[in-house]
Design a protein around this ligand. Structure first.
Ligand SMILES: Nc1ncnc2c1ncn2[C@@H]1O[C@H](COP(=O)(O)OP(=O)(O)OP(=O)(O)O)[C@@H](O)[C@H]1O
Length: 238
């Protein structure tokens, strides 16, 4: 599905902190088709670029232009962090929270939360306190809490870091369903298998810059740079 947010065009986009450039300058155009995966070694700038695009990090140079006005673009986005924050409330209340914050009536918000809990496999845990859930369950809760607002675009920062195979598969199934329902996803991962399973497009990052970008089919078939080739082989890339 083509959404109103895309294409998003970054030109010389940069974020700095205390005079140090964390990521950039970035020139990149994304069309929002399916799942775009940011790959690259530790410290390459994947998280910083996700945060910059979402407005959680300050744009200190260049521009980021969405196809719609910025306020509208922000409302149409959600972000799932590597370690999701759990409110000290029940699973149901956690999932309902973004709707309540947007002024949706309590009864309706809780009903929708129940439906989303069911979809992500937490239907049997509605009354459990969220902070006692396992890592995988917390990540599923975070996904339900993001998807309940029906975002056009979902950012995810290493959504399966430190999860086991089964939890990873369950999370990936939720992401693939979101994609099938027309949500655009941009996610960072270290996990090569995950990138191969999920990516429609790849952005390979190195030293705070975009090093190589293209369709996943092209990227995995023949990388253009020796650094990307080395990374795919599992070599250490510095
Ligand atoms: N809040 C911050 N303050 C100072 N430096 C930061 C901050 N956040 C990130 N950095 C630095 O910015 C650079 C990019 O980090 P970033 O977390 O974006 O990379 P990454 O590719 O997501 O790495 P990882 O895979 O290890 O999470 C790193 O050098 C990091 O140390």
């Amino acid at each position: 599905m083509v959404s109103g947010l895309f294409p998003v065009v970054l030109e010389g986009a940069e974020t700095s902190r205390r005079g140090r450039v964390l990521v950039g300058p970035i020139d990149l155009t994304l069309d929002g088709t399916g799942i775009c995966v940011f790959m690259g070694p530790n410290g390459a700038g994947k998280t910083s670029l996700l945060r910059l695009m979402h407005g959680a990090a300050r744009l200190t140079a260049g521009s980021i232009r969405w196809a719609c006005p910025l306020a509208q673009a922000r409302r149409a986005q959600a972000f799932v962090f590597q370690r999701p924050i759990m409110l000290r409330r029940s699973v149901r209340q956690n999932i309902a929270y973004p709707l309540r914050a947007r002024g949706v009536a309590r009864r309706i918000a809780l009903e929708r939360a129940e439906a989303w809990a069911e979809r992500v496999g937490l239907g049997g845990m509605l009354e459990r306190q969220a902070p006692v859930l396992s890592g995988g369950e917390q990540q599923k809760l975070a996904l339900a809490r993001a998807l309940i607002t029906e975002p056009e675009l979902l950012f995810l920062d290493e959504p399966c870091a430190s999860l086991d195979g089964r939890a990873t598969r369950e999370i990936e199934d939720i992401l693939l369903t979101a994609r099938a329902n027309g949500t655009s996803l941009i996610l960072s991962t270290h996990n090569m298998g995950q990138a191969r399973r999920l990516a429609d497009d790849v952005v390979f990052m190195l030293h705070g810059k975009v090093h190589e970008t293209g369709s996943a089919a092209d990227f995995f078939a023949r990388t253009r740079t020796h650094q990307a080739a080395a990374f795919l082989k599992g070599d250490i890339v510095e």
